[in-house]
Design a protein around this ligand. Structure first.
Ligand SMILES: [Zn+2]
Length: 523
């Protein structure tokens, strides 16, 4: 009996871990599970540390489509999908006005230190449920929440409503900025980085402009996309700089705002947007793509080292994942005799407009097209939905189109289980009236080298890695994207965000001393 009690006491002592003081969410924008597995062996930095010492899921599944940045970031921090959180895409066509709306657009606020733009990401107003950061604030008002990103939408959505700071890179100026939603001026910790990056960027831009400049030497002048207002956005040599500045800012925020300094857990979120820009501009298998991933690996290492120094080892817990994957470059697939290509959504909309004119009489039937579909005009909506079968027959004759799903049937679940992922991404008033389902390896873009948004696994499967206080080391196969927020909440010993539908990934959570918050998956 005595021996049993001693054993029990030893077991309890060995499995009790201190509550982490800081949670860290790292999003590597556009990182498919396949790309991660292919590159993992090359890592030497923070991602290597996560592989060697942490817990890892090879296949974190987004059980939703479309697979797009804003929707993915919102899912990671809310633990639910777009049908609940409301963020269906980066930009959608509003059903009433017929006009494009950005996922983080709110004209009541404006980007700091520049004139208001016609469309601008400034606030999480369209987000319908709380984020993990909000959950921390609900749990204890002293909790601090900071998000740092290369894109406004990623920073704002990771942060949520109650955050102390959301900071992102405004490539037009270029400078790190925020919006009046968060504060009247940029946080003090941003200023040294902004001062340093001005001079550094000028020097770099000059070097890239010279013959043989740039990373590869083959493409010294930034390969601006057609009609792109940010010609340098995909400059491969810019992104590692951007990654490094983001980590400079993250570590400055930890110091300046005293993140992780007291017993109330705080949250730091970082989204590496440069990785997505390189993916779109060069493809996931390109040398540029691999180089950018390794730059992220290095910067994640610098973040972890900085946290160890500032807060102490074992006092923080981190998760690294992605907002969506990416398709292989269609032309590369074609060369292997795999059916692949690019859907022309505009051309498809014109074909549907012709069919509607023929059946309903000449009219203004469609307001526009935005990935992944086509939106009717407010006055034409009811009539075009009534001829959905005829429109579908037209659509599936277009190259790359597998199906055309009308919204009401999608929402009612009348189309069968194969489109369940699209139903989870459907929000009336925001989602297209007609969702265009692509054939495998067909992408929705013509201007980028490749893209994402589809229902296919290469877009829906990403890695997830956990490291730090309370995490049990191990390699696992599947988890779901909505499990991230409840699991990190569990590790931080706070209740999950109120809308979360995912479960706690118990296989990685070491037995802790704190109370177990609700964790069951709700229907
Ligand atoms: Zn993205």
């Amino acid at each position: 009996m005595t021996r049993f009690l001693v054993a029990l006491a030893l077991l309890l002592a060995s499995t009790t871990v201190a509550r982490p003081k800081l949670g860290v969410i790292i999003v590597v924008d556009q990182l498919s599970a396949d790309a991660f597995e292919a590159r993992a062996a090359k890592t030497t930095g923070g991602i290597r540390r996560m592989i060697d010492q942490g817990a890892r899921f090879r296949d974190l599944r987004f059980e939703i489509a479309p697979t797009i940045t804003s929707a993915g970031h919102a899912t990671i921090v809310t633990g639910t999908y777009a049908a609940s959180h409301g963020i269906v895409s980066n930009e959608w066509i509003d059903w009433q006005s017929g006009k494009g709306v950005l996922s983080t657009e709110d004209h009541a606020y404006q980007t700091l230190d520049r004139p208001p733009a016609k469309q601008d990401g400034t606030a999480p107003t369209h987000l319908r449920v709380p984020t993990l950061g909000d959950a921390l604030k609900v749990s204890d008002a002293r909790a601090k929440v900071v998000a740092i990103s290369g894109k406004d939408r990623s920073g704002i959505l990771l942060a949520g409503r109650s955050a102390d700071a959301a900071v992102w890179f405004d490539s037009e100026r270029p400078i790190f900025t925020s919006s009046t939603f968060y504060a009247p001026k940029v946080p003090a910790f941003v200023e040294p980085t902004n001062q340093a990056l001005g001079a550094a960027l000028l020097k770099k831009l000059f070097t890239w402009g010279l013959p043989g400049g740039g990373t590869t030497g083959a493409n010294p002048i930034p390969r601006g996309r057609q009609g792109d207002s940010e010609p340098d956005a995909e400059q491969p040599a810019l992104q590692p700089l951007l990654d490094a500045w983001q980590i400079d800012l993250a570590l400055a925020a930890v110091k300046s705002l005293q993140l992780g300094a007291d017993e109330v857990p705080d949250l730091l979120a970082v989204s590496f947007s440069g990785h997505d820009r390189i993916g779109h501009g060069f493809g996931p298998d390109s040398p540029e793509g691999v180089a950018e991933f390794l730059a992220v690996d290095k910067e994640v290492g610098r973040l972890f080292d900085g946290l160890d120094q500032q807060l102490g080892k074992g006092s923080w817990v981190a998760v690294l994942t992605s907002d969506h994957g990416v398709a292989p470059v269609p032309e590369t697939m074609l060369a292997r005799r795999i059916d692949a290509g690019r859907i022309d959504l505009k051309k498809l909309r014109e074909a549907l407009e012709d069919e509607a004119d023929a059946r309903l009489g000449p009219g203004d039937w469609f307001a526009g097209n935005k990935t992944p579909g086509i939106t009717a005009t407010a006055q034409g909506r009811e009539k075009v939905l009534a001829i959905a079968d005829a429109l579908r027959a037209v659509a599936i004759r277009q190259p790359g189109v597998l199906d055309l799903l009308p919204g009401p049937q999608l929402q009612a679940g009348a189309l069968g289980s194969s489109v369940e992922v699209w139903r989870r991404g459907y929000v009336p008033g925001r989602s297209p009236d007609f969702t265009v389902v692509s054939k495998p390896y067909w992408i929705y873009t013509k201007k980028d080298v490749t893209g994402h948004a589809s229902q296919w696994l290469y877009d829906r499967s990403v890695p997830a890695l956990f490291l730090g206080a309370g995490v049990t080391k191990g390699v696992h196969e599947q988890a779901e994207a909505i499990d991230i927020a409840p699991t990190l909440a569990r590790l931080l010993e706070v209740p999950p965000p109120a809308g979360a539908q995912g479960k706690v990934l118990r296989e990685i959570v070491a037995a802790a001393s704190g109370a177990v918050p609700p964790s069951g998956r709700t229907p």
